[in-house]
Design a protein around this ligand. Structure first.
Ligand code: CAA
Length: 286
């Protein structure tokens, strides 16, 4: 089978931009599809900003940045993904939006061997496959934020995914993107979030109970356990809305109280305090 050189990424938020950047820096031809024309400029600026940062740190030359950017084109039409050999969906963590994207990808992607991947953190891959005529080609390819930095990718086959699809997805992630893979079963949260989310929710419950202030909860885990960042900072990085959505998926699947979203988290999401991306979560970001 032809090696993968033409990649599509759906969505250009924090995760979509990270995946597109990784692919472009690996020399691939990348088409990024966003939901509306107004998002194209924002997506391009996000990607350019990230590459500029690498140039500023001396990790990328100006010409390398320009070459990476030249390999990425933007569109607001999923139909422009017709010739892609791999598509990674990285839209917001809302089931109906993801289902719509997969139903459309099924219609527009022409190559019958194309891999349709999702960066979902917690929705069943089998359901995403179920709205397509090719569930055997649908696989979870789950990156971690910041995707350009963290080495892990979870690769998730559903009960309907072909073993060869999982093998090809893993080979791509390891050989082309230079990441490391853990394969997991198609269960809410996969491995990382099934372990991480209850810990993060416990930190919110601890804050709600008045046990310690925000900065001290974080300080306790960075200094006491050598975590790179404390749990409340990490929720701000991931996005409070994303943590709440994953929590709801986990709770729906397992019905265990430690997966349920604490009221403070739900209220902050309702109030638009989504973390770093909106300038305010548990902390404020200038
Ligand atoms: N984009 C690109 N690069 C970034 C970055 C970003 N947003 N943030 C940091 N970096 C890079 C920096 O450039 C730096 O690179 P060099 O050392 O090579 O110069 C490196 O990462 C370290 O950054 P800093 O020195 O600025 O800061 P730090 O040492 O505090 O690291 C961090 C920042 C990488 C975010 C680190 O704190 C960390 O790993 N935190 C934990 C993040 C984590 O747990 N993520 C997983 C979340 S779960 C998830 O994503 C899955 C899900 O489904 C919800």
């Amino acid at each position: 089978m032809e090696s993968i050189s033409r990649v599509g990424v759906v969505g250009c938020g924090v995760m979509g931009a990270g995946v597109a950047e990784l692919c472009a820096r690996a020399g691939l031809d990348v088409v990024v599809a966003v939901s509306r024309p107004a998002s194209v400029d924002k997506g391009r600026a996000r990607l350019a900003g990230s590459l500029d940062r690498l140039v500023g740190k001396g990790k990328l030359s100006g010409p390398e940045r320009d070459a990476a950017l030249a390999r990425i084109s933007f569109t607001a039409d999923l139909g422009d993904l017709a010739d892609r050999q791999l598509v990674v969906e990285a839209v917001s963590e809302q089931e109906s939006v993801k289902l719509d994207v997969f139903a459309t990808l099924d219609k527009v992607v022409e190559d019958e061997h194309a891999i349709l991947g999702s960066n979902t953190s917690s929705f069943p891959i089998v359901q995403l496959g179920g709205v397509t005529s090719r569930p055997e080609s649908v696989v979870g390819i789950h990156f971690f934020n910041p995707a350009t930095v963290l080495p892990l990718v979870e690769v998730v086959g559903s009960v309907l995914t072909d073993a060869s699809t999982v093998d090809r997805a893993e080979a791509f992630v390891v050989d082309v993107l230079g990441k490391q893979v853990v394969r997991t079963k198609d269960r809410a949260g996969f491995v990382v979030n099934a372990l991480l989310i209850p810990y993060l929710l416990s930190a919110v419950r601890m804050l709600e109970s008045g046990m310690a202030p925000i900065a001290d909860i974080d300080k306790a885990m960075t200094l006491g356990c050598a975590h790179p960042m404390g749990p409340l900072s990490l929720i701000d990085l991931i996005g409070l809305d994303i943590v709440a959505a994953i929590s709801e998926s986990l709770y729906r699947e397992y019905r265990e109280p430690h997966y349920s979203p604490p009221p403070l988290l739900a209220r902050m999401v309702s109030g638009g305090l989504l973390g770093k991306k909106t300038g305010r979560g548990f902390y404020e970001y200038p």
